[in-house]
Design a protein around this ligand. Structure first.
Ligand SMILES: [Zn+2]
Length: 462
């Protein structure tokens, strides 16, 4: 009998890994890294319950590290099969996986230096070389056509509208002449968001694994354009600058697109906009290249030039160029990673700009507990950056409308579009509260009775 096992993102948001077995063949959907607290991160070091050398192939829903960041470790542990992904996801992985490996190597070096590891010479979870090996094993598959992996497995992707290349995977599993279908939602994006298509309606399936990140939450209503206009206007009037910590994938491109629109509509002045993140610059090129992913509005805007380029865009690649931004005293916008100010170049800009009340920091999205972004939101008077206490005099603005995750209503809209209720639904990618809330909503609003919250390392016979 075919079997499905939850090896990650069950009872938590990260570590996405779902193993499907049929006729002795093993296919893994996503190979994500666990992120968050220490207990979760420890799981990345635990051996998988199946030998990676016995997994035949991996299929990716999208490039985010909590869906792909375990691939180099899988290779470290003996996986040699193909990794199937569409071209956009492959492109993003070429930037994200080596970066993740560099962070792992830095962590190991840091542990060695501080002497807090129980190992004499702490090793990284994986190396840049293993990340490169993972990239070499990626096989690009067409985004919109069925793809036959083997007699046991055929898959088809549908757009999920979350980030570039993101898709849901519809898998047909055949064993002893009996075919069954499983739909893996991946991460579902939002409707009517800039640049990308809306999530496609899901096809019918016998089994459904659905994400539930925002199963208990809605995004705040309101026009993100208006919030951005207000922030830019206030800062310009004061002669200050606006620092925006932003993720390199998705958030930076959305901000560039919206800033460009606002300039075109003459709702904001065309200020110098610095994109200070080599990764974001790279990723922006991928966003421009994959035209099939663009929605109609974006294509229309792209006819009038580069829709992700503001009038006075300055991209800075080298450290020297990045440092030179410190000398800029005229009003400007600085977009830099990381998105929650946990690390990256944005820290230099915060250290330079926070002590001046003419400036503002715009936090565009969720800020996790314990991050500097969260501390700013909670009104911290000082921020610890590079060993110094930096006084916070700048204005702090929060705009939460730019999320790339479907809120509760949007998840429900996507699920309600299924042609028929699945035989069984498993809720994954959620904190227990989010998954439980979505389960209740599905029973109440759609009358789906066979819904359960997936549990880590549980197996289900199909
Ligand atoms: Zn994601």
């Amino acid at each position: 009998m075919a079997k499905l096992t939850f090896l990650g993102a069950a009872g938590c948001v990260t570590g996405s890994k779902f193993l499907v077995e049929a006729s002795g063949k093993r296919l893994l959907v996503d190979a994500g890294l666990f992120q968050g607290n220490k207990e979760l991160r420890q799981r990345n070091w635990d051996a998988l319950p199946v030998d990676p050398a016995t997994i035949d192939c991996v299929v990716l829903t999208h490039a985010h590290i909590d869906h792909t960041g375990y691939l180099p470790r899988l290779i470290h542990d003996g996986f040699r099969g193909p990794i199937f992904a569409n071209a956009a996801t492959r492109d993003l992985c070429t930037v994200l996986l080596p970066d993740s490996a560099r962070l792992q190597e830095e962590d190991a070096e840091h542990a060695a230096y501080k002497g807090y590891s129980k190992h004499k010479t702490p090793l990284p979870l994986y190396t840049v070389e293993e990340a490169q090996q993972a990239l070499a094993q990626i096989h690009v598959i067409p985004a919109a056509q069925p793809f036959r992996v083997s007699p046991e497995f055929t898959l088809r992707q549908s757009g999920a509208g979350h980030i570039l290349g993101s898709s849901s995977i519809h898998l047909t599993v055949t064993e002893n002449g009996r075919a069954q279908t499983i739909l893996f939602s991946g991460d579902i994006g939002r409707y009517d968001q800039p640049i990308l298509h809306d999530p496609e309606n899901p096809p019918a399936a016998d089994y459904l694994l659905c994400e539930s990140t925002y199963g208990d939450r809605e995004h705040p209503a309101g026009d993100p354009h208006a919030g951005l206009v207000d922030a830019v206007t206030r800062v310009t009037r004061r002669g200050g600058s606006l620092v925006i910590p932003a993720f390199a994938v998705g958030r930076t491109q959305t901000l560039l697109y919206v800033l460009r629109q606002l300039e075109d509509w003459q709702r904001i002045p065309a200020l110098p906009v610095y994109v200070d993140s080599p990764m974001a610059i790279h990723v922006t090129q991928f966003y421009l290249r994959h035209r099939a992913e663009h929605d109609r509005e974006f294509l229309r805007d792209a006819k009038n030039g580069d829709a992700l380029s503001t009038r006075q865009l300055r991209v800075t690649r080298s450290v020297e160029e990045s440092k030179n931004i410190n000398k800029v005293s005229d009003p400007c916008v600085i977009i830099s990673a990381s998105g929650m100010a946990t690390g990256g170049r944005v820290l230099h800009h915060l250290a330079r700009r926070l002590p001046d009340s003419r400036n503002a920091v715009l936090l565009a999205g969720f800020q996790a507990e314990g991050s500097r972004g969260r501390n700013l939101l909670e009104g911290a008077k000082h921020l610890r950056i590079h060993g110094e206490d930096v006084p916070v005099k700048a204005e702090v603005v929060h705009l939460n409308q730019f999320s790339a995750h479907a809120g509760k209503c949007e998840l429900l809209r996507w699920l309600a579009a299924m042609p028929a209720p699945p035989k069984k639904t498993f809720l994954v990618h959620g904190e227990p509260s989010g998954s439980a809330a979505l389960r209740g909503t599905l029973q109440e609003k759609l009358g789906w009775s066979n819904v359960s919250v997936a549990r880590h390392e549980d197996s289900v016979e199909l």
